[in-house]
Design a protein. Sequence first.
Length: 150
Amino acid sequence: MPDSVTLRILRLDPENKDLPLPGYATDGSSGLDVAAAVVEDRTIAPGERALLPTGFALAVPRGTEVQVRARSGLAHKHGVTVLNAPGTIDSDYRGEVKVILVNHGSEPFVVRRGDRIAQLVVAAVTRTQVVEVNALDDTDRGSGGFGHTG
């Protein structure tokens, strides 16, 4: 994948002009911060999940995906994270990007309009051919998993 790709973004409602487009917080950031496009404050109770709008759609370049990831500050300070992390936005999806947050904390968490709720990371995708075989090659590990190696 080249050092830079173009990610085309469409605001879905002119009323969302007050929200920043996804952007990097620093020169070394891997993820683009994403703001919540909620109209009213949304409280997520402990143990609850919420599907939050961003107010935009993407044209993801073919050969890439956009991963929706948690923000470490929300996870550390509040126990709030992206439920299906990383979520995947495919190159042929054109609907609104939404973020599934879950509150693993002990206190209700309030999402306000413009709060940074997730980050987007563009990643290369390798297309795979699936080939059915009668047997797999042997390895030292074999079928051991789920803590098998220590």
